[in-house]
Structures are given as C-alpha cells and as structure tokens.
Design a protein around this ligand. Structure first.
Ligand SMILES: Nc1ncnc2c1ncn2[C@@H]1O[C@H](COP(=O)(O)OP(=O)(O)O)[C@@H](O)[C@H]1O
Ligand SMILES: [Mg+2]
Length: 264
C-alpha cells in the first residue's frame, strides 16, 4: 500500500465570483521512504497540493489517502516546513523546537532532552538560547527542520524550504536533509523551483502541468547516491536536466501565453 495516494484530486477556489482551478485530476502514489520532488511553473498548484496533504485545506473533489485512510484534519503524521521559517520570534531556539512537544504535554525534562537531540542533529548545539532574530536564514531553517522532526512525523512536507538561502548554505542544507531523512527513514514530499536541487535530492521528480496542475511526468531519478555538485557534469545528470527543463519550459510558456491573453 502506498503511504500517500492522490486519487483524482481537484481543488478550485472561488473568490468574488471568480473560480480558479488550481489542481485538476491529480493522481500520484508515494511509497514509504521515498523522496519525491515536485517541480512546475509558478501558480500550477504545488503549494495547494502540499496544503491538502497537511490537512490545512480539503480537496474540492477526489481524495488523498494517508496509509489507506482519507485525510480529514491536520495530521501529526505530517510535518510541514515552509520557505519563510514561521518561527516564534519571542521564543528561543530551544523554545521553538520544544513547542510541539509542550503542546503534546510531554514532561519538561523529556522534551528538553528530545529538543536538544534534534538541535544537535541540525548542527545548532550552542545556540539553544538564541532568538530567531540572532540567527542567519540558514540557521532559522535548521530550527524549523528540528522543530518538525521533534514531532517525529512519518512524512516531511517541504514547500520550497531552501529558496531564500544563498547557494552555499542551500547546498549544505540539502546534504544535511538527505542525511537526516535517510537516517530516520522519513518520506519526503519536497517542492522546489530548482531542477538542480530536485536532481540532488529526489528518488522521483514529478513535473506538473501549468494550472490546473496535473501530473505531466513522473520520472524515477536513477542517479547514484551520495550525489555531489560535481555529478552535475555527468552525461546522465545532464540528460535528466534537459528532459525536465524542456518539460517545465513548455508549461512556463503556457503560463506566459495565458497571461498575455488576459492582458490583451
Ligand atoms: N486560498 C486561496 N484562495 C484563492 N486562490 C488561491 C488560494 N490558494 C491558491 N490559490 C490559487 O491557486 C493557484 C495555485 O496556487 P499555488 O498552489 O500557491 O501555486 P504554486 O505553489 O504552484 O506556485 C494560483 O492561481 C493561486 O492564486
Ligand atoms: Mg507555492
């Protein structure tokens, strides 16, 4: 049985009498332990998909199954990580990482210990008592990851989590994320704008069509691991990159033509 199953999922939004079809007949199965990246033109419904898996919003039609059961509410099996870190500015690193555990009423000593373990895992030991404003973007994103992991979700949902980071930090974060998800056997659904990022991370890359978003292509990425930046010069890598780029580009063009028609 798939861990996450999208069955003919559609989502439309109606605002001031105008209906936007964000996602239409989206079908996809994700197995336990897989790292799946979703790429696609801006506005094709990627965040909408993730928000539905997280249980923040419901499909307009179709359904999403988690371990065979439809998702009906925000589910502790999923941990969401956004691009803008969404940390509590008035809480320290420790306070932020502990937050979910405190909500679950875990005793103080136990949650401190656990929070420290995850803070160490993301390389922030020594910064427990710092506030988010005292940290760099990369460090804040590490805190977010530690906070999500502390709740021990089966599934990590990541919405362009590294998009705001500089190239070097981004690379370090990608490597650390892979280490952690492989260590802890997490299933990851990761949205990115970057084909290179997807090719470093993914077991599978799902390319979405322009809005309304559907699965355009589902590619198994059969590149050896660990993958390094230097692999980006290999022929296999470049072949994947070309295939994906051409596919995404078609959809970006669709988007632009659509925008022009609206302006005309
Ligand atoms: N809450 C909402 N209300 C109205 N329209 C929305 C809402 N959320 C998303 N949309 C629209 O749905 C489409 C897909 O959005 P989104 O999933 O954010 O795209 P992506 O993440 O791929 O850039 C966009 O046209 C967006 O404006
Ligand atoms: Mg988005």
């Amino acid at each position: 049985m798939a861990l996450i199953e999208f069955e003919n999922v559609s989502k439309w939004f109606t605002e001031a009498g105008v209906t936007v079809h964000a996602v239409e007949n989206f079908n996809l199965s994700i197995n336990e332990g897989e790292f799946v990246c979703i790429v696609g033109a801006s506005g094709c419904g990627k965040s909408t998909l993730l928000n539905m898996v997280a249980g923040f919003i419901k499909p307009s039609s179709g359904r999403i199954l988690l371990e065979g059961e439809p998702i009906t509410k925000i589910d502790p099996r999923c941990g969401m990580i956004f691009q803008n870190y969404a940390l509590f500015p008035w809480k320290t690193v420790l306070g932020n990482v502990e937050f979910g555990l405190k909500m679950k009423k875990m005793p103080k000593k136990q949650r401190r210990e656990l929070a420290r373990e995850y803070i160490q895992m993301v390389g922030l030991t020594g910064f427990e008592n710092h506030y988010p404003s005292e940290l760099s973007g990369g460090m804040c994103q590490r805190v977010t990851i530690a906070r999500a992991l502390a709740n021990d979700p089966k599934i990590l949902l990541m919405d362009e989590p590294f998009a705001a980071l500089d190239a070097m930090t981004r690379q370090v974060m990608q490597e650390e994320l892979l280490r952690i998800v492989h260590d802890r056997n997490k299933t990851t659904l990761f949205i990115t704008h970057s084909i290179d990022e997807a090719l470093i991370l993914a077991d599978r890359i799902v390319i979405m069509s322009a809005r309304p978003g559907r699965v355009k292509q589902d590619l198994v990425i059969d590149l050896p691991r660990p993958r390094h930046v230097s692999d980006q010069l290999t022929q296999d890598y470049l072949d994947y990159k070309n295939t994906i780029w051409e596919s995404v580009q078609e959809e970006v063009m669709q988007n632009m033509l659509f925008a022009e028609r609206k302006l005309a």
